[in-house]
Ligand binder design. Structure first.
Ligand code: PXG
Length: 288
């Protein structure tokens, strides 16, 4: 069935949802976005995603086309118009239509696009048996060049690393920062378990401030686990008891091999499985 897409001021048919070739979102990747889940008709962590989007926009001096409340209402309208019960929202703000030059201030109004659709999930087998990953040689964007906290429309750094993963026949790659510490995966945050303690790179390591990550940290602490933010090396990943990734698309997913080193006993570990279970219940509202 054709979707209804929110374009700037209201819903249009999918076939009408078109963008100018002069939009700087296309010409320069000049814009920001969010990927958000819908569980049982409820937009997951809606406020946190809207807040992060506004922070991304502020960081690149991109004017938001409407306020937070109005934007939330537009998202809800789009979800309802497409009767999405369990799905995925892509919320995009582009710099808008400008000239062929870089100057963002020559662009007319910022563009707003909201897509609410079904979600592409990883195969269930990955959750059952765990995923394999490789270390990317592509270094994560230096935070002083472009902060990885900005969820921008320019994902080339991540895409080049994702190609490294796919070339090695695995679905994800771990990205390291300019100092060699773990930053994040191409579309997920990274956690390890070492002697019962849960560790994740600190914000300064140069990952996105993941919303799933924040929720998982809260859930883990509720279960009585110690969760610490620590710089992690490749060696830490090679020798940990458990490794898992968190993200909007993946939720919580165990990793059982990195660079041909088996993690733990080669199965998703007990803490990974518990947190996945807790996240699943939480997201579907059983613990609200
Ligand atoms: N790091 C990066 C670079 C991301 O793009 C995350 C971490 C996890 O953040 P959240 O807030 O989602 O927990 C992301 C988010 C996809 C897809 O289709 C990827 C993301 C979000 C939605 C969909 O692969 N990445």
């Amino acid at each position: 069935m054709a979707l209804k897409i929110w374009m700037n001021t209201g819903l249009v048919d999918e076939s009408e949802a078109k963008l100018s070739v002069f939009d700087h979102g296309l010409l320069y990747g000049d814009g920001v976005f969010e990927g958000i889940r819908v569980y049982g008709g409820v937009v997951f962590e809606h406020e946190a995603h809207i807040d992060r989007l506004f922070d991304s926009a502020r960081a690149i001096r991109l004017a938001m086309p409407m306020g937070k409340d109005e934007l939330r209402a537009a998202v809800e309208t789009t979800v309802k118009a497409n009767a999405i019960e369990d799905g995925y929202i892509r919320l995009i703000i582009t710099r808008g239509v400008g000239t062929l030059g870089l100057n963002p201030f020559l662009c007319r109004d910022s563009g707003l696009i909201i897509i609410a659709d079904k979600i592409q999930l990883y195969p269930e087998e990955f959750y059952e048996n765990g995923m394999k990953v490789v270390s990317a040689t592509t270094v994560r964007n230096h935070p002083l060049a472009l902060s990885p906290k900005i969820k921008s429309l320019n994902y080339l750094n991540n895409i080049v690393a994702k190609i490294e993963a796919l070339d090695n026949d695995v679905p994800e790659a771990i990205m390291y920062n300019h100092l060699g510490y773990v930053a994040e995966a191409t579309g997920d945050n990274v956690f390890i378990v070492q002697k019962g303690v849960i560790l994740s790179p600190p914000p300064e390591a140069g990952g996105l401030g993941g919303i799933t990550r924040d929720v998982v940290i809260r859930l883990a602490r509720n279960e009585g686990y110690e969760v610490l933010e620590r710089n992690l090396t490749r060696y830490d990943l090679y020798t940990c008891d458990e490794l898992f990734l968190t993200g909007t698309a993946a939720e919580v997913i165990g990793v059982v091999e990195i660079d041909k080193r088996t993690i733990g006993d080669g199965k998703p570990g007990p803490i990974t499985r518990l947190l996945r279970e807790r996240f699943y219940s939480h997201a579907r509202g059983e613990n609200r």
